[in-house]
Ligand binder design. Sequence first.
Ligand SMILES: Cc1cc2nc3c(=O)[nH]c(=O)nc-3n(C[C@H](O)[C@H](O)[C@H](O)COP(=O)(O)O)c2cc1C
Length: 363
Amino acid sequence: MPKLHTPLCDLLGTRLPIIQAPMAGGPTTPALVAAASKAGALGSFGFAYTQPEAMQRDVEAVRALTDAPINLNFFVNTQPAAVAPEAQSGAINAIAGYYQALGLPVPAPVRAPYAPDLNAQLSMAEDIQPAVVTFHLSDLPAEKLNRLRARGIKAGGSATCVAEALHLEALGVDFIIAQGGEAGGHRGTFQRNPYDAMTGTFALTRLIVRAVKIPVVAAGGIMDGAGIAAVLALGAQGAQLGTAFLPCTESGASAIHKQSLLAAREDTTTVTEKFTGKPARGLVNRFIREMNASNAPQLEFPAQGSLSGPLRTASGKSGNPDFLAMWAGQAAPLSREMSTAQLVVTLEHETLEAIERLVALCR
Ligand SMILES: Cc1cc2nc3c(=O)[nH]c(=O)nc-3n(C[C@H](O)[C@H](O)[C@H](O)COP(=O)(O)O)c2cc1C
């Protein structure tokens, strides 16, 4: 059988040029990451909301199963200063009715810190020494990036436009993740208005490949081998898939999130900032529809995420899709239910088949 291989595989130490996307908030369990890495992809933890001790525990769980390379991913974002009381009450009033609808008490004002300390997370990452660290939502200060790279850790950053890709390349990252507008989850935009940086994966991948000299990994709307072959044809050296891994057996996404993806028939995703305070793409539900339409007040990221957290958790646990953030990319209707290992092997075979089909067009 021919081998699917790009120089990115040598850089990351993986068998395949496929990255199982980091997905913070539950989906990227140790079982998912271990299975993806063992099967030849780069398994990735979305550690944005994870405290250092829990990071260590999760990585140990993976290392008990495989010594294949893994990726630890973090959000780089400035924590807002203490939120003003008027802002708190406006944002609480906007969602109090949803809490009541689930029989939950009206939430109390949220208090900083709204997310784990990035410095503490990064020093734990230095101790863990994974093969790869990627970051999302901004650039990592050069000094922190250099510390990771000095330890032999390869570093990648998300870009949603050419200017961000050039900035990250100049900063010294090893590779760029080109996040197209189709992508599920938070927009990684940090140099533009996120709503003006929604270029699709096809156009963005090609633009960034032409602009930078380092490897580019395409992300957004890639669900099968045909999608992977397409971005390789555009010059990407790899593909990062998030939504495709959500319905996998080992994924920690809630059952209702998985079911909603598998039942999707058309692109019913949209971008909202109402769940966390930052634009992110997910399946449209009652919360998104009503909160977007009324343009209800919200707190800054990530404080809004703290405010909506108990609502989202309770909604997921009770199998109610109305108030859950069901992040998903535009190609969600291509979702398939299988084990993680099966998905990685299927993606590998499909990509080779797609490339062979294209080669057969050459006469
Ligand atoms: C549920 C979910 C959570 C995500 N969380 C993260 C994250 O923590 N860090 C990150 O860099 N990207 C995150 N993303 C974005 C992915 O890295 C990637 O850009 C996206 O999944 C690609 O689009 P696709 O979902 O259509 O494959 C998330 C995506 C989803 C669907």
